[in-house]
Structure formats: C-alpha cells, structure tokens
Write a new protein. Structure first.
Length: 205
C-alpha cells in the first residue's frame, strides 16, 4: 500500500506517531479491532500500574477493565498533546487514586458506625498478592516495601510506583503526572526519605 511505503521512509518515532494517530482515529469511530489492539498493547502495563496502588489482584483486574472502558468511551477527549499511552496511564492513576480515596472514606465511616455497635466495621484489603515487578523470592521484602509505599502522600506514591517499580524514566513519569522532571526528582527524594523513616521504624520494632 502507498501509505506503508511512505512510512518506511520516516523515522521509527514518526512512524509510531503516525500509526498512533490512525489508531486514535479508528477508536473515535468506535472501531472494535482498534480497541482490541489498544487493550493488547497496554493491558499489562495498566494492570501493573493499578496493582501498584491497590495491592489486590481482583481489584486490579476490575479497575484495569474500567480504565479501558473509559478509554473507549472518552477517546474523543484525547487532544493528542501527549502519547496515547501517557493519556491511558493518567486515567489508570486517576481511577486508582479515586478508588483509594473511596476506601479511606468507607473506613472512616465504618469506624464511626462501629461506635454505635453497627456491623459496619472497616474492612482492610489483604496484602496477599504478587506484583509482577517483584521476584518470587523477594515477595516478603516486596510486601513490606509496598506497605511502606502505601503510607506515602499520593504524588510521592505515584512517582515512586512509576519510576522505581514500573521502571519508567523521569521524563515518562513527569509526562504521566503532568509535571516537570525536576518535580519528579523532588517527589522521589521525599518519597525515599519517608520510606527510610518508615522502614527504619519497622525494623526497630
């Protein structure tokens, strides 16, 4: 095909951008094959991102599906000022943080109702899960680290998850969080300081 010959003359980056624009165009037209391709391309990374926040296989599966449903329903809102993958990661982060906030609200209300002897005590998610980025032999240490990460403020937690656990560069992390690389470096410095504090306290106990 003519357009395929033209693609061969472009750099790999330009090829990707052109293919992505075509993919977005098909998604806007609600093309199911294009949506399937997006799911195949990004499901693994979206799942890893979500489970990095939620610490639950079942919840991560459900929320990852929600992310792609949102992608399919809201693709017309994608302005192309970032990569499609970056936009999808932002949706994954937003939904993960929203879920965590809802959990916190439920726990607070559960504690309130328990004062009145109602059977609405807060329920805490089990940490019995395996993150794909943690080797099996390091699982115990990984769970300890994730418990400490859970205590970090939202942006520190997001930056640490993307940069240290998912292996994203400073630039990629900054793009997903819609901030600067300098801000990401600052977030990671504070995250590392807080993690040292939490883990030192744990080992002392």
């Amino acid at each position: 095909m003519v357009w395929q010959k033209k693609l061969g003359k472009l750099s790999s980056e330009k090829c990707f951008q052109l293919e992505e624009r075509q993919l977005v165009k098909l998604l806007i037209q609600k093309d199911e094959s294009a949506f399937k391709q997006v799911v195949e391309l990004y499901h693994g990374k979206v799942y890893n991102t979500v489970i990095g926040f939620l610490r639950s296989d079942e919840l991560a599966d459900d929320l990852a599906q929600e992310v792609f449903i949102t992608v399919f329903e809201s693709i017309d809102k994608f302005r192309g000022d970032s990569l499609l993958s970056t936009w999808i990661y932002r949706i994954a982060v937003t939904k993960s943080l929203e879920h965590l906030r809802k959990q916190k609200r439920k726990k607070r209300w559960g504690m309130f109702y328990s004062l009145f002897n109602e059977d609405l005590s807060p329920r805490f998610e089990s940490s019995d899960y395996h993150h794909p980025g943690v080797a099996l032999e390091d699982r115990e240490l990984g769970e300890l680290l994730f418990k400490a990460v859970d205590k970090l403020p939202e942006l520190q937690r997001a930056a640490f998850t993307f940069q240290k656990i998912e292996g994203m560069s400073y630039e990629e992390t900054a793009s997903v969080l819609n901030t600067s690389t300098a801000a990401v470096e600052s977030l990671l410095q504070r995250a590392n300081m807080n993690l040292r504090k939490y883990l030192t306290s744990y080992y002392k106990q």
